[in-house]
Design a protein around this ligand. Structure first.
Ligand code: ZN
Length: 244
């Protein structure tokens, strides 16, 4: 019954992994406890081809897995319709902040990563290429997000606190009550208008910590892209999580 003991450190939240058999194959379920969850939820993790099961504290793991089994058809269908994966390798074409960038492996460049003329030239051993591209992408994401966040916050006469980049699966951005912002670094693959909307949305929370009419008025003042961006993320969000 270890699973029911809350971990001492918040960050080390425990995940229990299980595999369920379904008529069309096996599905890996990662079960997580959430003290604030009021009911069980199940969603697809597009990066890891598995399902995330969120359990309120009062629901037993076995009951949660039964719930997941009862949704086997839905899980299989969702996993089957995930977009193709795009690996960071020589010749791969990425969209980076609206720019088309083809990865070129150039061992002779050493540890350097250079973007020129639509190419991302990555030096060093092939085994290190993925990590170098990832670091470069996160730095690009951070630069773009920091610039946007500062600009948008200034329009509201506000200043944000720390900005954290995460590889979050369930949300593209968040704003905490102390004014810190957090974003999924994978937004770097989205069109600039989408990034603009996500950043504007979180910055508007610096003033209104809710999703009421006044909040949406602020978002509208900051960005014209709300509806298009929401639609784009609904349609393409999973693809962003299939890169790298
Ligand atoms: Zn919000």
């Amino acid at each position: 019954m270890n699973f029911f003991i809350r971990p001492k450190k918040k960050l080390a939240a425990k995940t229990h992994e299980a595999v369920i058999e379904t008529p069309r194959g096996r599905v890996t379920i990662k079960a997580k406890r959430n003290r604030r969850a009021r009911r069980m939820t199940l969603r697809i993790d597009a990066t890891h081809d598995c399902a995330i099961l969120v359990l309120p504290t009062y629901v037993a793991l076995a009951e949660g897995l039964d719930f997941a089994r009862s949704k086997a058809d839905w899980l299989q269908a969702k996993l089957a319709e995930l977009p193709e994966r795009l690996a960071f390798a020589d010749g791969a074409l990425l969209q980076v902040l609206g720019r088309r960038v083809t990865i070129r492996h150039e061992p002779g460049l050493g540890a350097r990563v250079i973007e020129t003329d639509g190419e991302l030239r990555v030096g060093g051993e092939a085994a290190l290429l993925r990590g170098r591209v990832l670091r470069w992408l996160k730095a690009e994401a951070r630069r773009a997000i920091l610039t946007l966040a500062a600009e948008r916050a200034a329009l509201l006469g506000k200043k944000h606190k720390r900005v954290t980049l995460r590889d979050s699966r369930s949300r593209w951005g968040s704003c905490s009550s102390d004014g810190s912002l957090s974003f999924c670094w994978r937004l770097v693959f989205a069109p600039p208008a989408v990034l603009d909307y996500v950043v504007s949305h979180e910055v508007a929370h610096l003033v209104e910590m809710n999703h009421g009419p006044r909040f949406w008025e602020l978002v509208e003042r900051l960005t014209p892209h709300r509806e298009a961006a929401r639609r784009w993320l609904a349609e393409n969000g999973a693809a962003l999580q299939r890169q790298g």
